[in-house]
Structures are given as C-alpha cells and as structure tokens.
Design a protein around this ligand. Sequence first.
Ligand code: ATP
Ligand code: MG
Ligand code: MG
Length: 577
Amino acid sequence: DSMFKVGFLSDVYEEKPVSDTVQKIVTRFPPEPNGFLHIGHSKAIAVNFGFARYHKGDCFLRFDDTNPQGEEAKYFIAIEEIVRWLGFSPVRITNASDNFDRLYELAEDLIQRDGAYVCHCTKAEIKAQRGESAEGTRGQARYACTHRSRPIDESLQEFRAMRDGKYKPGEAALRMKQDLEDPNPQMWDLFAYRILGEEESHHFRTGDKWKIYPTYDFAHCLCDSAEGITHSLCTTEFELSRVSYEWLCDKLEIYKPMQREYGRLNVSGTVLSKRKIVQLVKEGHVRDWDDPRLYTLIALRRRGIPPRAILNFVNELGVTKAKTNIQVTRLEQTVRRYLEVTVPRLMVVLEPLKVVIDELPDDHVEMVDLPFGKDESFGTHTVPLSKTVYIERSDFREEDSPDYFRLAPGKSVGLFRAPYPIIATSYDKDPETGAVICVHAKLEKPGEDGKIKRPKAFVHWVAEAPAQGSPLRAEVRVSNQLFKSDDPSAHPQGFLADINPDSEEIYPDAMVETGFKDIRASAPWPKEGGEKEQTGDSVRPETVRFQAMRVGYFTVDRETTDDKLILNRIVSLKSSA
Ligand code: ATP
Ligand code: MG
Ligand code: MG
C-alpha cells in the first residue's frame, strides 16, 4: 500500500531491521483499554499498521493493561472494532497482562543482576534525590538513597514481600538501578513496580492475583521484546525513554527491539480528554460518546466519515517527527474530496415547501431520469414527478429581486432534471403564523421557436406520488462545530462555557427521493466497494453515504428504525471558512 511511503518516517526507512536474523518487520499498536480511541490515535494506528503493511510485516494489537483502574472489557471490544473499521487486521491480539508472570520473573532477574532495588522513600524524598527542590526548582545535585546499596538478597526478599501484600501503596516500590550521573532524567532510577491499593488493584483479566503492577517504563519494552517486535514506534514524548528502554533490555541481556519516535497529532477546536467527554455526555451536551460532533473514532464513524478518508488525512499531514497541530475541521476538506468522487447523489429537501402545479391533473405522474452521479457514470434511476412537488423553503421568496434567481412570483426556476421549469403564480399563507404554506405554479411553455427558455437556476425537489413511494420522510441532523473557539479548554469559565448553542440543527420533516432505496439496497456503493478491503467498510457493508444535491453529504444514523429514518450530515458541500 503505497500511501504510507511518502514522508513516512524517512529516517526509520533508511535503517535496517534490528538484526540480520529478524527479516520481518513486526510492530504493535499499544492502546490502554481505558477509553474510546480518538482522531489522534488514528495516526498511531496508521503508523504502526501502515509501516508493517508497507513492509509486508506484521502488526499486533497490544492492550497496554498495566493500570487496572479504569480499564474495562467494553473498551477492549470497542478498540479492536475500530481498528478493524479503519481497515487493519491485527495479526495477533495481545495483552501486557499476558506477560505478568514473565515480567515478575524478569524483575527478580534484574534484582539479581544488581539492576534494581526495593526502595521505601516517599515521593518527596525521591524528588529531592532527583535534584528537585520542594518548591519545584530543578538542577540541584542528585544523590542515591540508602536503599540503593542494600544487599541484593534483601531487595529480593522485600520484592517478594511486596508481591505478597506486606506493604501498602507508597510504602515500597521496585526501582531500577540506572545512572544518576546521566543527564537524562529517564535514567534516574525509574520505578519498575508499584503497589496498588485494595480498590484499585483488581484487574479485569488477572483478577486479584496481583497487588503489584509493572510501570510503563518496565513493562513496555519487555512486552515488545517478548513479542519479537522489531520497531516499537511511539510519539516523541518518549524520545528520552529510548535510553532507558535500551538500558533495560541490555541489562537483562534479552532481545532488544528498536524504539523510534514520530510526532503526535494534536488537534484544536475540540476536546479529546476522557474526563471532558464524560462531562459532555453526562450533562447532555452531546448524545453519547459517539455523538457526531465529537472526535472520537466511534463518533467519526457514526457521523459517516469514511475510514479511508481518515487515513488519507493522516497521510496528507505526513508522518514525521514534527508534532502536527491541526484545526479539526481540516479533516472535512479531505472527507469532501473523498466523497465527491465516491458517493452517489440524491435529492433531499430539508425544509419542504409545497408547490402545486395547478394545470396538471390530480393523478398526473411521470417518471424523470436522474443520474446517480454528476453524469451517468454512477448509473441512473427514475423518480416520479407529479402535480405536487416539494422544494426547499429557502428556494422561494415572496418578493422577487433582480439578483435573485430561484422561485418567486412571476419568476421561473428549473426543477432539477424535470422536463420543464415552473413559474410561481401565487402563494397561500397560514393566517395565524403568516408563513407561506403553499406556492401555486404553472409550467413554462415553449417560446415561438418551440424551445423552452433555460432557467437561470435549478433547485432540488421531491414529488408527492404515494403509489411510487414518494416522498420518503426523514429526520435530518446537521452537526456544526461543538465549540465556538479553537481552544475550548482555554475558556476562562471552563470548556463548557465555549459550547456553541447551535451545534446541532434538526430538520424533523425532511423529504428524501425514492432513489435512496436503491442505494441502500446496493450498499456498499460500487465505487467505494473497489477499495473495500482497505477501507474497512467491509466490517460494515451496510454503510450508506450519499450527496444530497445542494445540501451536503449524508449517512444513516444508527438510531434509525424501520419506522423512522434518521440522517446525519457528514460534511457540508463547501467549506464555510
Ligand atoms: P499517551 O499514552 O501517549 O498519553 P493516550 O493515553 O492518549 O496516549 P493510549 O491508549 O495510551 O492513549 O495510546 C495508544 C497509542 O496511541 C500510544 O502509542 C500513543 O502514543 C498513541 N497516541 C495517543 N494519542 C496520540 C496522538 N494524538 N497522536 C499520535 N499518537 C497518539
Ligand atoms: Mg492514556
Ligand atoms: Mg498511554
């Protein structure tokens, strides 16, 4: 798959695999199963799975489940599902916890190699040893604590005592005996194991077996090593950790994968933190974790964003060491470009206004040919045209003006693909509200040359033709930006104060043309089907996406029932910026 070649970690590309004995690239995507993945994670997924795919290697999905609190079964399921939806199949699914016994053995081994010791210092004491003052200033002289030089056997006994529950959290920890002289803080005797309390130590997989848990610094590289990972790709915040990663493998004399770093994908204009999304859901600002206004991957999926467009987006930003800061709406441009050439077109009227063509007989129905695409290349279908048609309320004006080209009294407008334009003759108003409820119209007649004058504008429409099943009714949800500013978290009254009150517009009485049934029956649309294997839509072949002409791109919302069709807008047709 060539999409991952250009700009993809060019420095890693030039390097040979770890050793000559390792010929096959093996990577892993290591999420912590404590929440739903978000758009930032799509970069990590694309990097790890994409790098392996490009090199015909393997990528594993590894659940980094070393922090039992907050880790839940539902997240394991949701994460695997979304990885597959993005189009990737993990060759193996592993858990850090699969290795807990092995990690424990390696910890004892490390102690025996004089590479770790049990320490009883407090947090404040450890800070001071690392050269940090109580006030937080750094750079004071670093020094070792007394535990560092205790006999190996004593550390071993104490480590076993930690395991057996002799100590409470904070009373003991296993620390690596690294190098306090090294300028790199990741070498200042990092924690390898810590004790968790009664309420926080129950593990979703291993139950109550363990009271001590390995840290990221200890577990990650040892899991990579145990699984035969060749390239441990992580974000640049871990650049300094590369040294401790290698130190630990070397000290234990075990297989050492290469850690390499790429820049995070930071997005602005939304919130991604779990705590904040929980608050949005709890207080009812959004429908759920998959609300189309959010940027979790399940939200993007519900909103109808094609998985391939997400990968295109990551790829366009480039995979380098540089951190990328991007306004979330940038994604929409990529999505538009993708949808423009892949999805069919239909007519949907969001706010229907009734137009009666008075001269047509009550039972008049004629079928109009309508291409599914810009031209015939997507195939065509027919829709009924009758005496009563619905147009968009915003396509009619009570008073005409020279710069206005749609329907108004005395003015003609084309009904898209219909054989003749219509001219408004009069209109009826609701006596109470004053709203226009019906427009009367006549057909534009051919001129002396026998030709019908071409109207200045065409509008989309849906006819009333019950025998032909028209119109279909739908509730249409149009999502806009959830926040008013680019940096909701910077709002002085907190991010909730930055919420856009008009972030969701609902059109309860929208009308959809009958071609919708055809595209729903043939989903996935053939144009997208060509990429089926890679888009991951194969996981959800029923996904329907289409362009509503002049309105936007839409998909079917998951709350749709047999009785009620609900459509979500994926993106508008044009960027509003
Ligand atoms: P981190 O541990 O980096 O804070 P996280 O806690 O948000 O990430 P994890 O589930 O631990 O989420 O992350 C899984 C993987 O995805 C990690 O390799 C992490 O570095 C990567 N990742 C998370 N967020 C981003 C991002 N915004 N851009 C690129 N990669 C990311
Ligand atoms: Mg995390
Ligand atoms: Mg993490």
